[in-house]
Design a protein around this ligand. Structure first.
Ligand code: PMP
Length: 405
């Protein structure tokens, strides 16, 4: 691992050098969306100032530059995720659209009444609602891997009986649980089930190698890994992508069209109808370069140290219950404070310049299961510092005095 100067890295994020409500901004909502380094902001500006044109169509200089930048970003992502080929990377607006793509293409083609879709009790609404819609459409049923008391999943291979698809999160956005993705994929493969991994919280935080993981699909969002909103994608195993139908019809995804019918290109073009988010892909490519230079094991080590420190400090505050596993976990900590509602607590934190998130975190069934209306969550990234974690704990100690007086 390289020795990173995290202070210098933090200075590359212009947004962090500001005050909010008269206090230095402490941004601890990166699980919702990360901030962007100057390198990514500049790559997008440069693209618009020098290269902007539509891709794959014009034979002029700018179109060919735009196409190179767009396809170059795809190739970078393929390497970053350990895919066998850039053709396995489909650009989407993010995780939600990537999951909906699979649910609307592979889903109706492969699921029949009585088939089972296996999910887990941890899933974000993005990896739940599309499968509910698909189940209603096909007559398939949903089954859930139960949550154990320690915040991990109580998986047994018997849960895979009759399962055609196993879709699960890699890192829980509410509890920070890191699921044993390679083990789940192996068990699913042995039963002939296809796997989809929701990588929204893992893609920018831990090393990801889709071939070592053995998944069929991996969905991810650019905006959680230093790239712009509206960027992201779906990795799909090429043999599988070749067999499934397109989703959106339109320009660029066709080989030939008559008034009556059309033939489609090979993946990934088959799944990318219309003008794509070219600037978003350029920004995503720059974000991949940026994260690769920092090295993901170093990012994970830094984030894990902050998370462990935060958990220790929060656990000392009276009436605070820290949720989630005690072992390795993602870069976030959610907690329940018995003396304040999460919305009141996050409003109080905001008055002190601290950005936390309070609510159900798009995990309503999980919150119901845990018996809380919502939780308060601090989520970290490599630009956060130990001093900020300590300041967060100070602010929350102040909140305890304020609310519990
Ligand atoms: N899954 C998980 C685990 C997430 O944390 C999120 C974002 N909060 C999503 C899916 C959805 O991502 P997006 O809104 O970028 O599509």
């Amino acid at each position: 691992m390289t020795n990173v100067d995290w202070k210098k890295v933090r200075a590359e994020f212009p947004i962090l050098a500001q005050e909010v409500n008269g206090k230095p901004l402490i941004y601890m909502d990166s699980a919702a969306s990360s901030q962007k380094p100057r390198a990514v902001i500049d790559a997008i500006s440069r693209y618009y100032e020098r290269d902007n044109a539509n891709v794959h169509r014009g034979l002029h200089e700018l179109s060919s530059r735009a196409t190179d930048a767009f396809e170059g970003a795809r190739a970078k992502l393929a390497t970053y995720l350990g895919a066998a080929s850039p053709d396995e990377i489909i650009f989407t607006r993010g995780t939600t659209e990537a999951i909906n793509l699979v649910a609307n293409t592979w889903g109706p083609q492969n699921l029949r009444s009585g088939d089972v879709i296996l999910l887990t009790e941890l899933e974000h609404h993005s990896n739940l609602v599309p499968w509910q819609m698909l189940a209603a459409r096909t007559g398939a049923t949903l089954r859930f891997v139960p949550l154990a008391d320690d915040g991990t999943l109580a998986f047994t291979p018997a849960l895979l009986d009759g399962v055609k698809l196993f879709a699960f999160t890699h890192i829980s956005n509410s509890l920070g649980t890191i699921t044993p993705a390679a083990d789940f994929c192996r068990a699913a493969r042995e039963q002939g089930a296809v796997t989809l991994v929701d990588g929204a919280q893992s893609v920018g935080h831990i090393p990801v190698d889709v071939r070592a993981m053995g998944c069929d699909f991996y969905a991810f969002s650019g905006h959680k890994m230093c790239a712009p909103t509206g960027s992201g994608g779906l990795y799909g195993r090429l043999e599988l992508l070749r067999t499934i139908p397109p989703w959106h019809g339109g320009g660029e995804m066709i080989v030939s069209v008559t008034y009556e019918r059309a033939t489609y290109k090979q993946p990934p073009a088959k799944f990318e109808a219309g003008t794509p988010n070219i600037a978003g892909a350029v920004g995503l490519g720059a974000a991949v370069d940026y994260l690769e230079a920092l090295e993901r094991p170093a990012i994970f080590a830094h984030d894990s140290a902050l998370t462990a420190h935060a958990i220790a400090l929060l656990a000392e505050i009276p009436g605070v219950r820290v949720l989630g596993p005690t072992g390795a976990r993602g870069a976030l900590v959610a907690f329940h404070a018995e003396w304040a509602h999460p919305h009141d607590l996050t409003t109080y934190a905001n008055e002190h310049g601290l950005a936390l998130r309070g609510g159900h975190h798009c995990n309503q069934p999980l919150m119901r299961k845990l018996g809380y209306p919502g939780t308060t969550r601090a989520s970290f990234y490599f630009y956060n510092t130990t001093a900020e974690v300590e300041r967060m704990a100070d602010i929350l100690r102040g909140a305890h005095k304020f609310f519990d007086a």
